[in-house]
Design a protein around this ligand. Structure first.
Ligand code: NAD
Ligand code: IPM
Ligand code: MG
Length: 354
């Protein structure tokens, strides 16, 4: 089966981890006789430098003509002082909005072989298997007005009923396939948008009597996420809370570099990217952890292409490599064998080819 995939490597380690993910997908293609066509596009800082905009029209065209999108990460200090419309991150927000990628899935699983390296106690991290469902195209990131001058700064938090309902429904549907539990995270003790959010969660929950649900305020959720993470099954939350909580949740796994994500449109079209950024502090050193990016492509295989065996094979390969005692350099000082980005990629490919 031939699949056409838009590849937006982005900036910094975005390029390194995307190259890793493509090499792994090539190995999956060889093993299962699939042909992938990679179509490369510019996004973020490199796009600003090359064509003067963070999301070039050509990139939109490439993505529209593809079956799925793979993205690395964008940004870096070089563009930090640019005006808002010429920042790499703007391109990321624009592509999410353009393709209506309103549901962002961020699974968090503690690999048994890495329990001892989680900053949390082993018994706290053990058995964690949660799905953070983050609303991705609304809220503070997109509300107008949004500006600052010397004396005043304004951001606007707006949510419409439909925007909330579609992500909440997605969360309840997912819970049915998992452990039947949804925790909705909000700030309903202060924010009007959270009050509407909570009301809609109640309405949707009434249609899913088999799914247990609760509401949790975001500050308490941030605490519970690292004190009792195994209590969570599906977490559903608005854009900014989901951004923050997912980076926090990554510590359960031992590294921000481990977490994948899928950003989905209601018809299933998807963009797949690790949750981390361009990591300027380690870019260009061939030491970034490619596993978040690689696992994101497993989400693509499963969700966009219904290639279930292929996705399982890829995930098992990652698990086996970790279980064999290999990891990347952010896990140093724990008596495991440290691999570079490309060495880790080769190890995972060898597992797939076994
Ligand atoms: N999706 C995206 O494109 C995305 C996501 C987050 C941040 N960003 C952007 O990235 C830039 C840097 O942001 P930041 O430093 O706050 O966040 P970051 O996620 O890039 O890095 C945070 C820390 O985690 C480490 N880290 C991240 N990914 C890693 C990996 N795969 N392997 C090993 N270590 C890893 C980094 O070295 C750094 O110490 C900013 O411009 C930010 O806007 C982009
Ligand atoms: C770079 C930034 C705009 C982005 C976000 O906040 O959504 C990132 O942190 C993420 O998690 O994908
Ligand atoms: Mg983030």
């Amino acid at each position: 089966m031939k699949k056409r995939v838009a590849v937006l490597r982005g900036d910094g380690i975005g390029k390194e981890v995307t190259d890793a993910a493509i090499s792994v997908l090539e190995a999956i293609g060889r093993r299962f006789h699939h042909e992938f066509e990679w179509v490369y596009g510019l996004l973020g800082g490199e796009a600003i430098d090359t064509v003067g905009q963070p999301l070039p029209d050509e990139t939109i065209r490439i993505c529209e003509e593809s079956d799925a999108i793979i993205l690395g990460a964008v940004g870096g200090p070089k563009w930090d002082n640019h005006p808002s419309h010429l920042r790499p991150e703007k391109g990321l927000l624009q592509i999410r909005k353009h393709f209506e990628l309103s549901v962002n899935l961020r699974p968090v699983q503690a690999f048994k072989s890495l329990l001892s390296v989680s900053p949390l106690k082993e018994e706290v991290a053990e058995g964690v298997d949660m799905m953070i469902v983050r609303e991705l195209t609304g809220g503070l990131y997109f509300g107008e007005p949004s500006f600052h001058d010397n004396d005043k700064a304004v951001d606007t938090l707006v949510y419409g009923r439909d925007e909330i309902e579609r992500v909440v429904v997605h969360a309840f549907e997912l819970a049915k396939q998992r452990r039947n539990k949804v925790t909705s995270v909000d700030k309903a003790n202060v924010l009007e948008s959270s009050k509407l959010w909570r009301k809609i969660v109640e309405e949707v929950a009434a249609r899913y009597p088999e799914v247990e649900y609760d509401h949790m305020l975001v500050d308490a959720a941030a605490m519970k996420l690292i004190t009792y993470p195994s209590a969570f099954d599906v977490i559903v939350t608005e854009n900014m809370f989901g951004d923050i909580l997912s980076d926090e949740a990554s510590v359960i796994t031992g590294s921000l570099g481990m977490l994948p994500s899928a950003s989905l449109r209601v018809d299933g079209f998807g963009l797949y990217e690790p949750i981390h950024g361009s990591a300027p502090d380690i870019a260009g050193k061939n030491i970034a952890n490619p596993i978040g990016a690689i696992l994101s492509t497993a989400m693509m295989l499963r969700s966009s292409f219904s290639m279930l065996e292929e996705a399982n094979t890829l995930e098992t390969a990652v698990k086996n490599v970790l279980e064999a005692g290999f990891c990347t350099s952010e896990f140093k000082n724990i008596g495991r064998q440290i691999l570079s980005t490309t060495e880790m990629t080769e190890k995972i490919i060898s597992e797939i080819e076994r």
